[in-house]
Design a binder for this molecule. Structure first.
Ligand code: NAD
Length: 519
């Protein structure tokens, strides 16, 4: 994994945000200025006074080379969060070093914010000695073109350190989960899977995939693993929910034995939610549990199924009745692979993206409101933001004892509609219908203001998703199916109801007839 460099004008919060980011991502934090001071045995002010800026800049280059592990092979150098001084990348050599060893994030802030932060320690900053306002304004003027030349920028004004760190993580697609298991979730090219497995000391991988995904992506994953010295095996199973059963699990167990998997081996699930659930469950039970890695290849599995550690399979009596909580060692999502995904599958996943926007990310919802072309043009950011919503919720409530139930928005009605349609409706289509129906319920219960269901249905239909329960489906059967839902409690069903875009509330509803009332 490559380094993250935080750069920007003095006072933009590189060190404070860097430390938080490092803690969130379980990576070391390095403040380059402190390294320079340590190497020189004196403060930067003294270096500047006694030896001058050119010598300081040379020291900066040397320190940068040291901390990025420039003289070692890439696999020897652990990824780090590195805060670099506000003028460090003016030297082209330094900029190239940073660009080739990681990602640079430029932090910016309004002048008043910078001044407020600097007023107490301007004395420690030789380039700002004297009239702070004048010095800083002129420094920003001099560096305006330089700072604006960085592709990834974050304005930190008005946000807390935690918010800024999370925004950087979302922008870069890097998360570390620890509420259940301890693992990274990374948005990156699928070709990096070999390196990422190697860095985590995972062993003897076997790739489990389905026939459709194998055609497009198995070879690049196998090649990437071979490149890192692994001798991977491949197990391909038929595609589709109808194979998410005990028979397939048994086939996987036998396949693992035939390929000689032992307790240290690693299962790599390459596919949609079906493959993740099956391969994850097979890994959770084989030899009492072996390592697994999830490489989701559908939109639904990227933003939903791959996150949260749930694995399992269906019984003839119902979906997902058998399963385990068993977190992977790594999730690697590459939005590029979605190019091969059939449009209907893409739309099905998009319903979950819209759902995540409604739960807690109005900007994501607004982006979806701009239509399918816009979503596709911004796909990488859409995936990262939708993942961030689910990650925040499952980290706060990994075992669904409270607010994780918010993720059920649209699902109580959605599951019932999906079931009664005999799975003619795809999961995402049923969830879209469920969200609008449940928003109408929220309006009737005065949980939401009138108009919310219209706002939601407009966006969902613009994207090509259905919003109404098909006429031919029996309302009585849908209500019966809701009562059978495993999430019911004795007297009432707990719904995750939208309050406004960006907020949901858990509400117990006893009168199920009113859920489907037309209003
Ligand atoms: N574990 C969880 O927390 C969780 C959460 C939500 C859903 N799920 C489960 O996920 C499953 C649904 O997942 P899904 O929608 O990803 O379905 P899926 O895995 O069946 O994939 C849908 C179809 O797309 C094909 N496909 C996948 N990736 C492709 C690609 N990149 N290019 C071309 N074709 C590709 C597959 O072969 C399949 O035919 C359900 O079984 C559901 O229960 C699990």
């Amino acid at each position: 994994m490559s380094h993250i460099f935080l750069y920007g004008p003095p006072g933009s919060g590189k060190s404070t945000i860097g430390k938080r980011l490092a803690r969130n991502l379980n990576l070391p934090f390095i403040d380059l200025d402190r390294v320079i001071e340590l190497n020189a045995g004196m403060s930067i002010t003294h270096i500047m006074e006694q030896q001058g800026e050119p010598v300081f800049r040379d020291m900066e280059t040397d320190a940068l080379k040291d901390v990025i592990g420039h003289d070692f092979s890439v696999t020897d150098s652990q990824a780090k969060i590195i805060a670099v001084g506000g003028g460090a990348l003016l030297r082209n050599e330094n900029r190239i070093l940073a660009e080739t060893h990681g990602t640079i994030v430029l932090l910016t802030a309004e002048l008043n914010t910078l001044l407020g932060r600097l007023k107490n320690d301007a004395g420690k900053r030789p380039l700002l000695a004297g009239d702070l306002h004048e010095k800083l304004t002129s420094l920003l003027d001099q560096r305006r073109d330089h700072y604006s030349s960085f592709a990834i920028q974050l304005d930190v004004t008005g946000n807390s350190t935690a918010q800024n760190a999370l925004q950087i993580q979302t922008r870069l697609g890097r998360f570390h989960l620890r509420a259940m298991g301890d693992y990274d979730v990374i948005v990156e090219h699928i070709e990096h899977i070999g390196n990422l497995c190697y860095e985590r000391a995972l062993q003897n991988p076997i790739v489990v995939t389905d026939e459709n995904v194998a055609k497009f992506h198995a070879e690049s994953v196998m090649a990437s693993l071979r490149k890192q010295g692994f001798s991977p095996n491949l197990l391909t199973i038929p595609a589709g929910e109808s194979y998410k059963n005990l028979e397939t699990i048994q086939d996987l167990w036998h396949g693992f034995l035939e390929h000689g998997l032992d307790r240290k081996s690693t299962v790599i699930a390459l596919g949609g939610g079906v493959i993740g659930d099956l391969a994850g469950f097979a890994a959770s039970t084989y030899m009492r549990g072996i390592n697994w890695v999830c490489v989701p290849t559908t939109l639904l599995s990227m933003v939903d199924a791959s996150l949260g550690g749930k694995t399992g399979f269906d019984l003839p009596e119902g979906k997902n009745l058998i399963g385990s909580f068993y977190p992977p060692k790594l999730v690697l999502a590459d939005p590029q692979v979605l190019k091969a995904l059939p449009e209907a599958e893409f739309l099905s996943g998009l319903a979950e993206v819209v759902k995540h926007g409604i739960i807690s990310n109005p900007e994501l919802f607004d982006l979806c409101a701009r239509g399918l072309d816009c979503v596709k043009a911004e796909l990488e950011q859409v995936v990262k933001h939708a993942m961030a919503v689910k990650i925040k919720i499952i980290e706060d409530d990994p075992y669904e004892r409270g607010f994780r139930a918010a993720l059920n928005l649209g699902h109580t009605v959605g599951h019932a509609v999906e079931l009664v349609s005999k799975f003619e409706l795809r999961h995402g289509e049923a969830v879209a219908i469920g969200m609008v129906t449940e928003a109408r319920l929220a309006e009737r219960l005065n949980v939401a203001n009138n108009g919310l269901s219209n706002t939601m249905s407009k966006v969902l239909s613009t994207l090509g998703l259905p919003i109404q329960i098909p006429r031919e489906l029996s309302r009585e059967e849908i209500i019966r199916a809701m009562k059978m839902d495993k999430k019911k409690n004795a007297k009432a069903i707990r719904f995750a109801l939208p309050v406004e875009i960006g907020k949901v509330e858990l509400v117990d509803v006893a009168d199920l007839e009113m859920v489907l009332e037309e209003s």
